[in-house]
Design a binder for this molecule. Structure first.
Ligand SMILES: [Zn+2]
Length: 277
């Protein structure tokens, strides 16, 4: 049987925009059926320059903090990306409509459930796709060689009251970032996030106390440095990877953490962007 496959007229914001270009070689395709909807999976191939070793030895890290409320992702360079509350709101709306339709129980209600289900799946996948794209763009623009995330196992523990959907969203987001980052030769690493929300990320301070954080606000009880608490956490997550490289003695003593207007080296010294070689 032969069927025609039509790509969207408007490709903006869809994966076609990124992956249906002439520079990508289309490989094998498989057809899947899920919840009454057919999906065509097409593998695409692209040649990329392998990242050179010398570059990774002088790694520059972008730290990323992920959240189930407020901003979805906050980076150590001060980018606030995506609206987790909006994502949750759309999910709740969808669940509510589905619940109502299920009670109706008619055949047409069932068909509507399928269609709003696949529409929500497309919308949420696209939303996460955009966020992951923005994270990778931030890494590229700041000449980063690595992106550091909080370990998923720890995220699960921290947000144990989070819904299956939110846990899925985090996993999906990291997966998207991984394959997009690979194109630019950027590594994606997990770090143990213990105390990253309590530690002061300012310069060499590092003062750690649970009272440093009050909701969205972080104020160091030692020297009074104030930061958005997710931004502070993102800097600590990136910092942890820099320190891990230093301790593992991988010849990366010159590793740095990417910040808003410069980098912080492994010894806690700040270097403004203009002076970066
Ligand atoms: Zn401090």
């Amino acid at each position: 049987m032969t069927a025609e496959y039509v790509t969207p007229v408007n490709e903006d914001g869809t994966s076609f925009e990124d992956y249906w270009t002439d520079e990508l070689e289309k490989a094998e395709a498989t057809l899947h059926k899920r919840d009454g909807t057919y999906y065509l999976h097409v593998a695409v191939k692209k040649d990329v320059e392998p990242s050179c070793d010398e570059e990774t030895e002088n790694g520059v890290v972008l730290g990323v903090d992920l959240n189930v409320g407020g901003y979805v992702a906050v980076t150590s360079t001060g980018a606030f990306i995506g609206n987790a509350d909006y994502l949750n709101h759309r999910r709740d709306e969808y669940e509510r409509r589905r619940g109502n339709l299920q009670q109706t129980g008619t055949r047409s209600a069932h068909l509507t459930i399928n269609s709003i289900g696949s529409r929500f799946a497309r919308w949420s996948a696209d939303y996460l796709h955009r966020i992951s794209k923005a994270i990778v763009r931030e890494a590229v623009e700041n000449d980063c060689t690595a992106i550091a995330f909080e370990n998923l196992k720890h995220i699960r523990k921290r947000i144990s009251n989070a819904s299956k959907f939110q846990q899925w969203a985090f996993k999906e987001l990291q997966r998207h970032v991984e394959y997009k980052a690979e194109e630019y030769g950027i590594d994606v690493n997990d770090v143990n996030p213990a105390y990253t929300s309590q530690r002061c990320s300012h310069g060499e301070c590092g003062f750690t106390h649970e009272d440093n954080r009050d909701g969205d606000e972080f104020e160091c009880l030692k020297w009074g440095k104030r930061l958005h608490s997710d931004y502070n956490a993102a800097r600590n997550i990136g910092w942890r990877l820099v320190q891990h490289w230093l301790k593992s003695g991988a010849g990366r003593a010159t590793s740095q953490l990417a910040l808003k207007s410069g980098t912080l080296n492994a010894n806690g010294r700040f270097r403004p962007t203009a002076l970066r070689s």
